[in-house]
Design a binder for this molecule. Structure first.
Ligand code: MN3
Length: 213
């Protein structure tokens, strides 16, 4: 199986916290530097460190991060390891799903797929916003490849589409820690800001090309 997120997914333990792909204040005002500092420097780091502790000295330490996630996803007894490993991966994928001056509309193959599945881009955006805002409790909203089209799905807590062999194209973290400092309880305002101003459509296109490659 090809690596979904190169450099992160194919890394082996001890895993390292991937650097943010932009400055900590680059997503202001939509995601503040204070949020990014805690989210990346504390939350994401804690998931990486917990994953390293969990696999240290076991046969699981021989697996890449994506192999580890798919392996422990098969066994309910490994749910504690799954949760931290999946969160280590999900956050790396989330940083890459955003960029300063992102948002706008995609073109080419990505837009064609969206139109095939949703009719038009506005209906897609409405579906993504509703899914992300409506996910009960903690979790993630995902744009995923779906046959010749594109689908929107959500996962609960740490769950990730790569555990089921799905191909994610971008994600929005909807855990409260992703937006509470900036938006308090207004998750829909955070989701809307991400979609309109931060989503990196070139990353979506890269993931689609890799999936088809
Ligand atoms: Mn998070």
């Amino acid at each position: 199986m090809t690596t979904v997120l190169p450099q992160v997914g194919d890394a082996r333990p001890p895993f390292e916290l991937p650097a943010l792909p932009y400055a900590e204040n680059a997503l202001d005002p939509y995601v503040s530097s204070k949020t990014l500092s805690f989210h990346h420097g504390k939350h994401h780091r804690a998931y990486i460190e917990a994953t390293n502790r969990a696999v240290s000295g076991t046969q699981l330490a021989e697996l890449t991060l994506e192999e580890l996630i798919r392996t422990v996803a098969q066994n309910p007894d490994d749910s504690a390891i799954f949760n931290v490993a999946a969160q280590a991966w999900n956050h790396a994928f989330y940083w890459r799903s955003l960029r300063p001056k992102g948002g706008g509309a995609p073109s080419g193959e990505v837009l064609e797929r969206i139109e095939r599945s949703f009719g038009d881009f506005d209906r897609f955006k409405t579906s993504l916003a509703a899914a992300a805002a409506g996910r009960f409790g903690s979790g993630w909203a995902w744009i995923v490849a779906d046959g010749r089209g594109i689908a929107v799905e959500t996962t609960h807590d740490a769950d990730t589409p790569i555990a089921r062999g799905r191909v994610p194209l971008a994600t929005i973290d909807v855990w409260e820690h992703a937006y509470y400092l900036d938006y308090q309880n207004r998750r829909p305002a955070y989701v809307s800001a991400v979609i309109e101003h931060l989503l990196d459509w070139s990353f979506v296109g890269e993931n689609l090309s890799r999936a088809e490659g």
